[in-house]
Write a protein that binds this ligand. Sequence first.
Ligand SMILES: CC(C)(COP(=O)(O)OP(=O)(O)OC[C@H]1O[C@@H](n2cnc3c(N)ncnc32)[C@H](O)[C@@H]1OP(=O)(O)O)[C@@H](O)C(=O)NCCC(=O)NCCS
Length: 156
Amino acid sequence: MEGRFTLAPVGALALDVAAGLHQAAFGPMGEPTWTRQDMAGLLASPGVRGLLLEIGGRAIGVMLRRVTVDEAELLTLAVDPAHRRLGAGRALLAAAMDDVRQAGARSFFLEVGADNPAAQALYAEAGFRPVGRRAGYYPRGQGRTADAVVMRLDLL
Ligand SMILES: CC(C)(COP(=O)(O)OP(=O)(O)OC[C@H]1O[C@@H](n2cnc3c(N)ncnc32)[C@H](O)[C@@H]1OP(=O)(O)O)[C@@H](O)C(=O)NCCC(=O)NCCS
C-alpha cells in the first residue's frame, strides 16, 4: 500500500484541502480545528513546511512541521478517517522525519493526547519516547480537557 502514496508540498493552492483534512481528523475529537487562514499563517512562519500525502491524486493526509536550528516540532499529523489503517500515517511520519533531518534537525518533538492511543502507538513504533506531560493541554469540548504527552526522537 505504501508504494502507492505520493507526497506534495502544502502550497497556496492546497490550503483548503489541508484545512479540510485537519477538520475531518480533529473535529470529532472536540479539538479546535485550523482554517485555511490558520494554515496560511503557519506556513508563512519561519521553519514551517507542510506535506500532503496523496493516493491516486487525492490528498488523504497532511502533516506540518517546524524546524528551528537543529530542533524540529511536529505541528500536526492527520489522516482522513475513511483512509485509516492503510499505512498513510506511518508514511507521512516517515516523510516528516526525512524532511526535518534534511533541514538540519537532530531531535524531533511532538505532543499527543494522553487519550489518543492510536497516535501514541504510531509514534512509539517510529522510535519516539515520552519525555514529559502537559496537564489539561487539549480542549475536548464541553469544558473537558486531555493531558498532552510530550514525545522526542533523536534523529542522529
Ligand atoms: C493517528 C493517525 C494519524 C494514524 O493514521 P493511520 O493512517 O490510520 O495510521 P497507519 O495506518 O499508518 O498506522 C500505523 C501504525 O500506527 C498504529 N495505529 C494506528 N491507528 C491505530 C489505532 N486506531 N489503534 C491502535 N494502533 C493504531 C498501529 O501500530 C499501526 O500499525 P498497524 O496498522 O500495522 O497495526 C490517524 O488515526 C488520525 O489522523 N487520527 C486523528 C488525528 C490525530 O490523532 N493525529 C495525531 C495527533 S498528535
